[in-house]
Ligand binder design. Structure first.
Ligand SMILES: C[S@@+](CC[C@H](N)C(=O)[O-])C[C@H]1O[C@@H](n2cnc3c(N)ncnc32)[C@H](O)[C@@H]1O
Length: 225
């Protein structure tokens, strides 16, 4: 088997650790220092793709749909969101780590077929929370996969996104009938309660890491009435 070759590394703000980007043949991996296992692997992306399919299912026939994706990772959620909306729509992706954007503009871009080159894709380099604080309804769908789930494991500041106040901001940022979709490594009953308390109609889906096999991930859905 080919050995891994390190292609780059990036510091996460606020002493969040170091991301390491590696390649082995046509496979890519992103690891986080201090955490066992991989943060992302280019061969495991089914639930990242389904996150966008479920979150944007109501948008195919909506003209000028506005979608927010946080974060970019390996681009699979962004690519699936672009596929789910029509040609007049826009998908904004917020990515905290500038190097992740650069890696996607380079060899990593092949994995999800270069979604950043789609003219409907717009990149915000920075924290997705900056785009969740706009007070007027802006987005028809918000797709969040910035961490391991509704608790900030890889980047502790992310916990605030999923707090009651964070969910209220997301609710206010969504247009009527807008959808929030959140990726999680596992279930979290209390998060469903928080979604309902914020006014969402809440639902959860279990999705495998590969079609029909692999780890079971949870996707939380919150529809704004
Ligand atoms: C698990 S990956 C996302 C995988 C992505 N769904 C895909 O399809 O490949 C998480 C990404 O979110 C980014 N991130 C973490 N916290 C963030 C934040 N607060 N705002 C924006 N991006 C963030 C990380 O740098 C990483 O690129």
């Amino acid at each position: 088997m080919n050995p891994w070759t390190e292609l780059g590394s990036a510091q996460i703000p606020n002493n969040g650790g170091v991301l390491k980007f590696s390649q082995r043949g046509d496979e890519f991996s992103i690891r986080l220092s201090g955490i066992r296992g991989e943060l992302m692997n280019s061969r495991l992306y089914n639930s990242e793709k389904v996150l966008a399919e479920l979150g944007c299912a109501h948008l195919k026939s909506v003209d000028n749909a506005q979608v927010l994706v946080g974060g970019l990772g390996m681009g699979y959620t962004l690519a699936a969101a672009l596929k789910a909306v029509n040609e007049h729509s826009q998908v904004t992706v917020a990515e905290l780590i500038p190097e992740v954007v650069v890696w996607n503009q380079g060899p990593l871009g092949n994995c999800a077929k270069h979604p950043l080159q789609d003219p409907r894709a717009k990149v915000h380099i920075g924290d997705v929370r900056e785009l969740l604080k706009v007070s007027k309804p802006t987005f028809d769908a918000i797709l969040l996969d910035v961490d391991n789930g509704p608790e900030g494991l890889t980047h502790k500041d992310n916990s605030s996104i999923y707090s009651p106040q964070g969910l209220q901001e997301i609710y206010d940022t969504l247009r009527p009938k807008g959808m929030l979709a959140v990726w999680s490594a596992g279930p979290d009953y209390l998060f469903t309660v928080r979604l309902k308390n914020a006014g969402f109609q809440a639902d959860t889906r279990i999705v495998r890491a590969r079609p029909g096999k692999g780890s079971r991930h949870t996707i939380f859905l919150g529809r704004k009435p």
